[in-house]
Design a protein around this ligand. Structure first.
Ligand SMILES: [Zn+2]
Length: 127
């Protein structure tokens, strides 16, 4: 039998957007994350749900994720059955993003004009 997978709590900075290595779920935004180190030295994060499920549930969670990945891989291969992709350019994407952010800024500004002041002495509030 091979060595067990040991999960420890380790401080990390800014990597928490990686999926959980056991279930593919989202890892938490925390300075200290559960981690296991693979034989090749690569560190893999583990989510709080997997910790809550406990070590006995880990193999089942890994297997369930593997099955989901295999289904996803099959769906991706189906996309390639002779089809061509069309997609926006990076410039179009950036322009759409900037237009959206500008619209949100206008909506936030208008919301601010319509919102009554909440603190005494705040500009616009009668004293
Ligand atoms: Zn997980």
């Amino acid at each position: 039998m091979s060595a067990p997978i040991v999960i420890t709590c380790q401080p990390h900075f800014g990597y928490w957007s990686e999926p959980c290595a056991l279930c593919g779920g989202q890892t938490e935004e925390a300075a200290v994350l559960p981690v296991f180190v693979a034989p090749d030295g690569a560190e893999h994060f583990v989510c709080g749900e997997c910790l809550e499920a406990g070590a006995p549930a880990a193999p089942g969670r890994v297997l369930a994720w593997a099955v989901r990945l295999e289904r996803w891989a099959a769906a991706l291969r189906e996309l390639l059955v002779p089809r061509q992709f069309t997609m926006p350019s990076v410039a179009e994407w950036r322009a759409a993003n900037e237009a959206h952010e500008a619209q949100v800024a206008v909506e936030d500004f208008l919301d601010g004009l319509n919102r009554p002041p909440t603190e005494p002495g705040e500009p616009g509030k009668p004293t």
